[in-house]
Design a protein around this ligand. Structure first.
Ligand SMILES: [Zn+2]
Length: 134
């Protein structure tokens, strides 16, 4: 039986949270978390958990990728609007680029973030996979 990324996500539970920051002064919520609000500059920010699901707002397929990442091409960079309205930049994986649509529901896949971060080349950070229906 093939284990879907969504299944892995659920099994991991709360250990892999999608965390962002929320400004206590202006209410702006953003990702990735930072010590200061990018909107008003306030340092009065708190960590908040972000919903792992969202929809595709826009995307770009990148066919030319850095040396060492050829096996991952093409890379789909996308802006995802999470269920609470927060927009994040990420990549969509495990899908043929021709199947991606505006408004498509995707789910954050957090298991490979650290792996990419260590290599330091692809800094989009978040990876999303098409969300199962229902
Ligand atoms: Zn603010």
């Amino acid at each position: 039986m093939k284990v879907s990324p969504a299944r892995v996500w659920r099994a991991r539970g709360s250990r892999y949270r999608l965390e962002g920051s929320r400004c206590r002064d202006c209410g702006f919520t953003f990702y990735p978390p930072k010590p200061a609000c990018p909107k008003c500059g306030s340092r009065n920010v708190e960590r908040v958990q972000l919903p792992p699901r969202g929809r595709v707002v826009t995307w770009a397929v990148q066919y030319t990728v850095p040396e060492g990442f050829r096996s991952r091409a093409p890379i789909v960079a996308a802006i995802i609007e999470l269920e609470n309205g927060v927009r994040v930049l990420g990549t969509i994986v495990d899908v043929d680029p021709s199947e991606i649509r505006d408004g498509m529901t995707v789910e954050a896949q957090l298991r490979r973030v650290a792996e990419d971060g260590d290599e330091g080349l692809i800094v989009y950070g978040l990876k999303f996979v098409p969300a199962p229906r229902g």
